[in-house]
Design a protein around this ligand. Structure first.
Ligand SMILES: [Zn+2]
Length: 441
């Protein structure tokens, strides 16, 4: 390895440790918030009871400890892989497998596909114990896990197969485009990823998500009518309204919308509609107060979600991510033929897939960190704006109680370290959102 290659290698490794230590420092700040506050602070009296507060505290401490160990493990794992030359080793192994079937080094795309499968298998296997522990010990202990071991195993296998079906053709085509695209390949490569992401968003709802969860249309009734009226009042092109059986997985609750142009769908988690039963809803027509309250909470949450649409947040995010991808491919085009980058990671040849991996993951790492921080800041702005939108639809009070309820149901801890939340939180902390909703113009 020449000097420059060696310097690049160590710079990448040291940077990954700087990021790791920074993240660990932030997490330790947040952990000390959990440890320090054992009583509901006065600002939250009447919002949260002591029992829920303590439950949330213990849940977050457990998660934080888990995060410490799993983070340490994955940092050490990736360091060992880099130091021992795991990437060139896996690449050579993939070549040997291809050679066994009579495919020589000219079959770079085939070798890349084999490499991707092996790498995915490796990462699935090494992350499995962590995922099992998180689901069946931590989530279980705090009453969130609803998966049986059988469901979990089937789910993981399905996930792996679906992932392969999507990833492998995309990887193969992308490599082909980069190799055959000539001088302006970065334009075609970007166009390709752009089209792929549009296609994936389009087919995800109808063909991919239903493989994992059951989606049923929300039946006719008061709630449905109210949601349709709400959508109509701001010209939201609501095509379909689904309830997803999130409760089979976990009892964390949520709602979201998706789709292009005039083809929007709203999905509600059944956990959000606590007493929701798809079939018998009409039989127990007890329109009691609790039921009504729940309906308006759902509406308030949707008022917020529709705010994201009304204010074009999804479109803005899409544009930013496309501009970013284009710039990345442009810079990638300038770097792809630099032999020193491949040498730095122990490669004597210059396979396109390895170039993608090294440049996008390692060389762009500082830029990626910065970008993700900026996107988190932007996301928090969007959340405040969507809250303000819901407020303009007269949902301020309902949204406040819905946010408190969601926070309670998901055992979110209401107190945050400012630096930790500034770096990590895509949504502003609960108290800030409540305060902003209370503000009168
Ligand atoms: Zn939001």
């Amino acid at each position: 390895m020449d000097l420059e290659a060696e310097q690049i290698f160590w710079a990448v490794l040291i940077f990954s440790w700087i990021v790791y230590l920074w993240e660990s420092y932030l997490s330790s700040r947040q952990r000390s918030v959990y440890l320090k506050h054992t009583k509901v602070p006065s600002a939250l009296e009447g919002v949260l009871d002591q029992e829920t507060f303590e439950k949330a505290r213990l849940y977050q401490i457990d998660k934080s400890n888990f995060g410490f160990w799993s983070g340490l493990y994955s940092q050490i794992e990736s360091t060992i892989i880099l130091l021992l030359g795991g990437l060139p080793y896996l690449w050579a192994k993939s070549g040997q497998i291809c050679a066994r079937y009579g495919l020589g080094p000219d079959y770079e795309i085939t070798q890349s596909v084999v490499f991707t499968v092996l790498a995915m298998l490796f990462s699935t296997v090494t992350s499995l114990p962590w995922s099992v522990y998180s689901t069946f010990v931590i989530e279980e202990r705090h009453g969130f896990n609803k998966q049986t071991p059988a469901f979990y195993v089937k789910d993981q296998i399905k996930k792996f197969i679906v992932m392969m079906f999507i990833m492998l053709p995309i990887t193969a085509t992308l490599i082909f485009i980069i190799k055959a695209g000539g001088e302006y390949f970065f334009i075609y490569a970007w166009l390709f990823t752009f089209v792929v992401s549009l296609v994936l968003i389009t087919i995800y709802a109808d063909y991919i998500a239903p493989l994992f969860d059951k989606f049923t249309p929300l039946p006719e009734g008061e709630l449905r009518t109210q949601i349709e009226n709400l959508a109509a009042s701001i010209d939201f092109p609501l095509k379909k309204l689904f309830v997803v059986e999130g409760s089979k997985r976990s009892s964390h609750s949520n709602a979201y919308f998706y789709g292009f142009f005039k083809n929007k769908r709203i999905v509600l988690f059944d956990t959000l509609l606590e007493d929701y039963t798809p079939v018998n809803k009409d039989e127990d027509k007890k329109e009691d107060a609790a039921d009504n309250q729940q309906e308006t909470a759902v509406l308030a949450v949707l008022g917020h979600e529709l705010g994201h649409w009304y204010l074009s947040h999804t479109l803005k995010n899409l544009i930013i991510s496309q501009v970013n991808t284009f710039l990345c491919f442009l810079v990638f085009g300038l770097l792809i033929n630099k032999a020193v980058l491949y040498q730095a990671f122990g490669f004597t040849s210059q396979p396109t897939l390895i170039g993608l991996l090294i440049i996008f993951q390692f060389i762009f790492a500082p830029y990626n960190e910065l970008l993700s921080f900026c996107m988190t800041v932007l996301s928090r702005r969007f959340e405040f704006q969507a809250d303000t939108f819901a407020k303009s639809m007269h949902f301020a009070e309902k949204l406040k109680s819905a946010l408190i309820k969601l926070n309670r149901d998901n055992l979110g801890f209401p107190l945050t370290d400012w630096l930790y939340s500034a770096w990590h939180y895509s949504h502003p902390p609960l108290l800030e959102r409540l305060k902003a909703l209370e503000k009168t113009e």
